[in-house]
Ligand binder design. Structure first.
Ligand SMILES: Cc1ncc(COP(=O)(O)O)c(C=O)c1O
Length: 413
């Protein structure tokens, strides 16, 4: 095995020639807040996900926060109403529900694909249930057909937390186009990375207007951009001037800058190179790790769904292999790992929902205790992937050797 001096990260940043050109355009234009790049990025990202409107904000969490707030206002939900959310996801999914004075109701996930299990939802529905927050984890869509049927049957709204998944279709339809509102993150290590950033997309015009208002201090929708000042129509100008400081709801200041939008747009225009590379990298890892399948659950493709492999998730099947030992072995050899989404064991959630929270969702608990992910991003070379596979080989060779020594000792005793 070739020792690697290079960090094999869970994500990467590559600022391409196109991105640098766009960033220079931003600097030359003297325009940093909402402008042409933000508008182009919003439109292009929404369109790429079969949606009509996009609102670019400063994080995926902000996008989710205004998505829930917009639906709460539009459908007149009361404080304490409930939203169903998976017990395995990043903390932000349920945090935004709490921050909107609503109640997250957790349900367990599918053990093979890690997304919300549609079969667990029906039993969690109460008269207070208003929506399902579907989370598409690691680059793979959740099983949307049964979910949408259930939402329709119970008249529930659907929010897609697609912060980890872009450019993946489920039965021909893109993630982001199923829900009333869907949210993406462009934070570090995500499929599009702008440093910080997030988008809420929708095909409902009324909701799009609400989202933009909420991200902009609750302003009247008539005034969102400096460009709108420039009009030859005196009537329109008068109206804009009247409404410029008209705040019609309690909003947030969640705006992003033209710099992030320029980075995002450049990456979006180059996505046709990057998604196939992620999928190819995943194939190499899948093939190379197949020989350890008795110990590791490898990523499985949901029938009818594409996987964009934001990450490469792994779950240890053998209880005698401790996750901490394997991830330490990898990290010592410069291969970054992350736990597969601690949530129900976190102090704050236990304080709110009870000490036994984790016990109520055994699949999420198992994945949380035994699951971790490694990178699959387009900057990984063939040599990097061979190195990663070699490190796994070394770990399992050592594990098997220890097992043999242990059984030999037992025989002697
Ligand atoms: C499933 C999920 N939801 C929400 C978020 C929040 O996104 P951000 O970090 O951009 O706020 C993340 C972040 O990685 C995530 O993985």
């Amino acid at each position: 095995m070739i020792p690697s001096n290079k960090q094999i990260g869970v994500g990467s940043v590559k600022i391409s020639k196109r991105a640098k050109k766009y960033l220079h355009e931003v600097i030359r234009s003297n325009r940093l807040s909402y402008g042409p790049f933000s508008e182009r990025f919003e439109q292009a990202l929404a369109q790429a996900h079969d949606s009509s409107y996009g609102v670019f904000v400063n994080s995926g969490t902000s996008a989710l926060q205004i998505a829930v707030a917009a639906l709460k206002e539009r459908y007149q939900w009361n404080d304490g109403d409930e939203i169903i959310v998976p017990a395995l996801t990043f903390v932000a999914s349920s945090n935004v529900i709490l921050k909107n004075n609503l109640t997250p109701v957790f349900v367990d996930v599918d053990a093979r694909h890690y997304n919300i299990d549609p079969h667990t939802i029906e039993g969690a529905i109460t008269p207070k249930t208003k929506a399902i927050m579907v989370v598409h984890l690691f680059g793979q869509p959740a099983d949307m057909d049964p979910l949408m049927a259930l939402a329709k049957r119970h008249n529930l709204r659907v929010i897609e937390d697609s912060c980890e998944t872009m450019f993946a279709r489920y039965k021909g339809k893109s993630v982001g186009s199923f829900g009333d509102i869907s949210c993406f993150s462009t934070y570090a290590c995500h499929i599009i990375c702008t440093g910080v950033g997030g988008l809420a997309v929708t095909s409902n015009r009324e909701l799009a207007v609400l989202l933009r208002s909420l991200a902009n201090h609750g302003r009247d929708a008539i005034y969102f951009s400096m460009d709108h000042d420039a009009t030859d129509d005196p009537q329109k100008l008068k109206m804009i001037m009247e409404k410029r400081f008209s705040f019609i709801r309690l909003g947030y200041s969640y705006r992003a800058t033209e710099m992030e939008a320029a980075l995002g747009l450049a990456q979006l225009e180059e996505i046709d190179k990057n998604i196939p590379k992620r999928r190819k990298n995943a194939q190499v890892l899948l093939q190379g790790l197949q020989k350890w399948e008795q110990y590791l659950q490898l990523p499985a493709l949901l029938p009818g769904a594409e996987h964009s492999f934001m990450m490469f998730p792994l779950v240890i099947k053998t209880p005698s292999i401790k996750k901490q030992e394997l991830t330490f072995f990898l990290e010592q050899r410069n291969i970054e790992t992350r736990d597969m989404l601690p949530l129900t064991n976190q102090p704050y959630k236990k304080k709110l929902f009870g000490e036994e929270l984790e016990e109520r969702f055994p699949i999420a608990k198992y994945i949380n205790q035994h699951g971790f992910y490694i990178g699959c991003h387009p900057e990984l070379t063939r040599r990097d992937l061979q190195y990663v596979l070699g490190v796994f080989d070394a770990f399992f060779a050592q594990y098997n050797q220890q097992k043999r020594e242990y059984s030999a000792r037992e025989i002697v005793i």
